[in-house]
Design a protein around this ligand. Structure first.
Ligand code: SAH
Ligand code: SF4
Ligand code: F3S
Length: 443
């Protein structure tokens, strides 16, 4: 039996898909190279914006054609949908895509073995499980057998912040932190199988508050310091952080821990205090700038990235200018920016003064131009410098490897294949807005 998993959405989904693969491998499934060859296809879905959710359904339509084609060859295909769309749409999934065999929410995918057994027993029936279970799925998953040099490790899931535009508190449920020992055990396993970089994940990773073995609550700073003690681990990152939870203890880690990369994704969303309030973000633009200042004081080499939403209900030209203003102050080296998308069931969807699509589009273009400018400026400023690069994959051209700098910039270089999965000093020779290229030092 072969499986194929297609992942939509955020890094948490990428991590979850890896864990789903662990489950399937423990049941004897092998990974299919092509979707057409798979006996079991799973879509791990995202509900964050309308476009993301609609893409799932159009791709499901295409998958159905593959399923029919295989059926003509007498091959059965089991189709499963998991992740945030399932949690949000529930039985609607089955109404819109009746050929789907099962659907599991983001917190119930550890029940996959039972579900698959159920499907095999009573063929033809749709099985769905969107409970927010009392048990933590992490306790029921087989070992994380990832063997990449750069790994994700989920330490926290869910969100209690309820930003008025966002579906995550409804799709991922209440905030949950994994116990310290579980996290360290998984880190040890990842490092033993070759990870030299670990990126700690959570929807609000910096509000982590897991229990240690004595039952004492520990923050993210404690985990970062513990991880830094692993000899073979060379790089640590964490994402995504919520500004109001950026404690002085975490900021101090950026001063003390060389392994903690000098790059932080800290979404601000908007520069206007009126909009931030209406978004129910627990920070003003002033609070945010103060945190950035503290971070720079802790590590002057640290650079920032962010998420932005334009065209939130009630956003005026003045509010939008405040967003441009904060970009000019922080000079982000990377960013994601989106037009506000009205999500059913969220408070902002019902707010008056929804912004016209045409204005959203104009504002997004202006913002993205400004962001690209700073990103490009930073990349250009790297030319001539030497940076440690972790080479993670083969490039498109022969003899080329692709890696990442401490600042998450993509870098390609002509370099011996033996340097794959290693950190190599590279002199930067050229830069575009999206990537760098360079030469191995000494080569
Ligand atoms: N937990 C993280 C990220 C959540 S989702 C955080 O709080 O920062 C990732 C990004 O998607 C958000 O930062 C936000 O910029 C964007 N986003 C979320 N809901 C959205 C919506 N309804 N419309 C447009 N963008 C949205
Ligand atoms: Fe969504 Fe806000 Fe929670 Fe981030 S903090 S996941 S944007 S509700
Ligand atoms: Fe999308 Fe769910 Fe992540 S809605 S962004 S996959 S938490």
């Amino acid at each position: 039996m072969q499986y194929y998993i297609k992942t939509f959405g955020c890094q948490m989904n990428v991590y979850d898909s890896g864990r789903i693969a662990n489950i399937l491998q423990s049941l004897g499934y092998k990974e299919a190279e092509r979707i057409e060859e798979a006996d079991l296809v799973i879509f791990n879905t995202c509900h964050i914006r309308e476009k993301a959710a609609e893409k799932v359904f159009s791709d499901l339509g295409r998958l159905n054609l593959i399923r029919e084609e295989r059926e003509n060859q007498d091959k059965k295909t089991i189709i499963g949908v998991v992740g945030c769309v399932v949690q949000a749409e529930d039985e609607q999934i089955w109404k819109r895509a009746p050929f789907v065999d099962f659907a599991l929410g983001p917190l119930t995918y550890h029940r996959l073995p039972e579900i698959l057994a159920k499907i095999k027993r009573k063929q033809g029936d749709f099985v769905i499980d969107t409970e927010f279970p009392v048990e933590a799925k992490f306790d029921y998953l087989p070992e994380n057998t990832s063997t990449t040099s750069c790994s994700y490790l989920a330490i926290q899931e869910g969100c209690d912040n309820f930003c008025t535009y966002c579906v995550v508190p409804y799709t991922r449920g209440a905030e949950y932190s994994r116990p310290v020992e579980d996290v360290l055990k998984e880190a040890q396993r990842l490092i033993d199988s070759g990870s030299i970089e670990i990126n700690l994940l959570g929807q609000n990773v910096n509000s982590y508050h897991g229990e240690d073995k004595n039952g004492k609550e520990r923050g993210l700073d404690y985990l970062l310091r513990k991880l830094a003690e692993f000899d073979k681990l060379k790089r640590i990152r964490y994402t995504t952080s919520y500004p109001a939870d950026m404690s002085d203890e975490i900021i101090a880690c950026h001063k003390d821990l060389d392994k903690l990369m000098p790059y932080l994704h800290l979404p601000v969303q908007s520069g206007s205090d009126k909009i931030l309030k209406s978004m129910n973000r627990r920070h003003t633009s002033g609070d945010y700038l103060k945190i950035v200042e503290k971070l720079h004081k802790a590590n002057p080499n640290l650079r920032m990235s962010s998420d932005f939403i334009v065209g939130f209900p009630g956003e005026t030209d003045e509010d939008f200018k405040a967003t441009l203003n904060i970009v000019n102050q922080v000079k982000y080296i990377q960013a994601f920016s989106f037009k506000y998308s009205r999500r059913p069931g969220t408070p902002a969807a019902l707010m008056p003064n929804q912004v016209e699509e045409k204005i959203k589009k104009e504002r997004l273009e202006i913002l993205q131009n400004l962001l690209f400018n700073y990103q490009n400026q930073f990349n250009q400023s790297c030319i001539g410098k030497t940076m440690p690069v972790l080479f993670e994959s083969q490039g498109r051209h022969k003899g080329q490897l692709i890696g990442r700098t401490p600042y998450m910039q993509n870098l390609h270089a002509s370099i011996p294949a033996g340097q794959l999965n290693k950190i190599v000093n590279v002199k930067i020779t050229a830069a575009t807005t999206n990537s760098l290229s360079g030469k191995m030092e000494g080569a």
